[in-house]
Write a new protein. Structure first.
Length: 251
């Protein structure tokens, strides 16, 4: 039954895409816009895009959060604590003019998580390949809700562009819904990166996924299905994709 649902969704996407006129991809334009800001900062002083640096209050917040998380775990002795890791492998299928690849790993420890993603946009034009890649690290993620049926994440981290070496502050909000005894996963996530020095948003992003469980072991689950991606780069360049992916969830 699950395979039939997945096949029907893929067939529907194929029929829709045949009636949509493909626009020219803008990967090269993104690279040009990134380079126009000059070389980015590195280190703690450039964490917020050269406009704001790290200070004592940032360090205090981090240490306090770790203490809160340790206290939260201590208070739940004898009760299950949400621990584990998730590996996500998503790749675009449409449009065929460019590719979007986003391998990602998230580690959960109670109220605290950390999340790393390598995002790659690839386009080949006249024998030349444009590649725009970023390292997206949500260093500090707060999980106000983390259950078997619903998870909510609020995070802050950094985006590092490989070519321009720009470094931006990045904010994240994610919602995951598990239905039919965790047989189906529906996820929605938004990301907002900001360069304080140039007063521009290098990336605003919205993601969604619909995955179906393939494996249900005691400490591991595997999901497969569809994902959709939309992002606006440098407040003028739009990129979208629809693809497939695998999720590995370890508890």
């Amino acid at each position: 039954m699950k395979r039939n649902y997945l096949f029907s969704l893929l067939l529907l996407l194929g029929l829709l895409s045949s009636n949509v006129q493909q626009g020219q991809a803008q990967i090269g334009d993104i690279i040009g816009a990134a380079g126009s800001l000059g070389e980015g900062c590195s280190g703690c002083s450039g964490f917020s895009g050269c406009g704001q640096g790290c200070n004592a209050s940032d360090l205090f917040f981090l240490t306090q959060f770790i203490e809160w998380n340790a206290q939260w775990i201590s208070n739940r002795r004898g009760a299950p604590i949400p621990l584990g890791a998730e590996l996500m492998l998503d790749a675009s299928a449409l449009p065929v003019t460019y590719g979007v690849y986003r391998p990602r790993i998230r580690v959960n420890l109670g109220l605290f998580s950390t999340d790393y993603r390598y995002s790659i946009l690839v386009q080949e034009i006249l024998g030349e390949t444009d590649i725009y890649a970023t390292h997206d690290w949500q260093m500090l993620v707060f999980n106000p809700v983390l259950t078997d049926v619903f998870a909510m994440r609020i995070g802050i981290g950094a985006v590092y562009e490989e070519l321009s070496r720009n470094l931006y502050q990045d904010h994240n909000l994610g919602l995951d819904f598990y239905m039919f005894d965790q047989a189906v996963k529906l996820g929605v996530e938004g990301r907002y990166a900001y360069h304080f020095g140039a007063r521009i948003a290098p990336r605003v992003e919205l993601n969604s996924e619909l995955k179906f469980r393939l494996l249900n072991a005691r400490h591991a689950k595997i999901y497969a299905g569809l994902n959709a991606f939309y992002a606006r780069y440098y407040q003028q360049i739009d990129i979208w994709s629809v693809g497939v992916g695998l999720n590995f969830r370890f508890e």
